[in-house]
Design a protein around this ligand. Structure first.
Ligand SMILES: *Cc1c(COP(=O)(O)O)cnc(C)c1O
Length: 385
């Protein structure tokens, strides 16, 4: 019988761990073996092989991830994009149609726009904040709705409850990208979402040293996605699985600290005369602050802001910062900073970016584990105080 733990901090350490431990090892070892002795499996998917996502390092992560979001099942993948593309290609087929939130992670947006048609799948974008308009885009062939807990880089908080109600009313599969919120901030299964996808490259691993992904949710769907992943081959290798497992154990302490620091930095920026606006769900000025309070256990470590003097001022500011690395990606122990127009959203046309409110001068910050006082001092210096 699998042991059940009440709190997420305890689950991070103990859920899914082998009992008794492997040869007394307190930390789960890496099983660096591509294949395993045949034990009479009758289905291809039950052979033990790294690509079939069923080595001991996969299985422990699957149990732990499912438990973190109080969901039925989970699957780790070679990247966040492997999780997203394999999920979409599992629940949608030729002739099917997807409703997708209009502001999406750049890679996901690009996949829908550039590749969906070649699979015979259609999609329409819907505004995350205007559920009343979604029905107009519904077709008889619509099979799923795809949203993000917090949009990148504007940190808009989607109306999850409306999405779940809409999905249920129209028999759609609901999928959410929960990368930014993490299971510490939000657990989609508790709100009735069918599937959550993650880039574990970000907060779940948290140390900026691997690429990995996960799908968490309904057992029947995760099984279907596992079979698709077994065929497409986007499997996580055991060494990366080991690193992800190690990184995840500190998720709660990291994300809570990063949330607190992000809140302090957001307050500092909001009060600064050179700053035109700050996007952070924890601020009372955030348009979905009340919804964020209802849905989220913490507001997360991501924020974005604009300077009054636009793109040139943004580049000048970035060149004067000392602590955050100017680099894409997010969710690591070190603060990272970018202009999304040149990184995460460079795959979008400038016109599309403008339409959804991402100006070329917008700056996005992933707050790391440095002292918030040091970060604020660095930002103040670069803003020219
Ligand atoms: C990074 C990211 C992805 C893609 O994940 P990879 O691990 O880079 O493939 C998807 N969604 C969000 C929100 C992300 O931040």
């Amino acid at each position: 019988m699998e042991k059940k733990y009440k709190h997420i901090e305890t689950k991070l350490i103990h859920s899914g761990e082998p009992d008794p431990p492997v040869m007394g090892a307190v930390t789960m070892p890496i099983f660096q073996s591509s294949t395993y002795l045949y034990t009479g499996a009758t289905s291809y998917h039950d052979l033990r092989y790294i690509r079939l996502n069923n080595t001991p390092n996969h299985l422990v992560l699957h149990r732990k991830l499912a438990d973190l979001e109080n969901a039925e099942a989970a699957l780790v993948t070679a990247s966040g994009m492997a999780a997203i593309t394999t999920t979409l290609l599992s629940v949608l087929g030729p002739g099917d149609h997807l409703l997708a939130q209009d502001i999406l992670y750049g890679g996901t947006h690009d996949f829908l726009r550039s590749d969906f048609a070649s699979f015979g799948i259609g999609f329409d974008s819907v505004p995350g904040d205007d559920p009343d308009s979604w029905e107009q885009r519904l077709r008889p062939s619509t099979k799923a709705i795809y949203i993000e807990t917090m949009s990148n880089p504007l940190l808009q908080v989607v109306d999850v409850e409306a999405a779940v109600a809409f999905a249920r009313a129209h028999s759609l599969i609901s999928i959410i990208d929960n990368t930014f919120a993490t299971p510490i901030g939000f657990r989609p299964a508790e709100w009735g979402i069918d599937l959550s996808v993650h880039s574990c490259t970000k907060y779940l691993n948290g140390h900026t040293d691997i690429v990995a992904g996960a799908v968490i949710g309904r057992r029947d769907l995760v099984e279907k996605i596992t079979h698709k992943l077994n065929h497409l081959g986007g499997s996580l290798d055991p060494h990366a699985a080991f690193l992800l497992h190690r990184g995840m154990k500190t998720l709660a302490v990291r994300v809570r600290y990063q949330s607190e620091s992000a809140m302090k930095l957001a307050h500092f920026l909001e009060a600064h005369p050179a700053v035109a606006g700050v996007n952070y769900p924890g601020l009372e000025s955030h348009p979905q602050h009340q919804r964020a309070r209802k849905l989220l256990d913490c507001f997360g470590g991501m924020l974005s802001f604009e300077l009054r003097d636009g793109t040139a001022a943004a580049d000048h500011f970035l060149s004067r910062l000392r602590l955050p690395a100017i680099a894409p990606s997010l969710g690591g122990v070190e603060s990272l900073i970018t202009r999304p127009a040149t990184t995460s959203h460079s795959g979008m046309l400038a016109e599309e970016r403008r339409k959804i409110g991402i100006s070329d001068g917008l700056i996005r910050v992933s707050v790391g584990l440095e002292a918030s006082e040091d970060l604020i001092e660095d930002f103040a210096g670069a803003l020219g105080e």
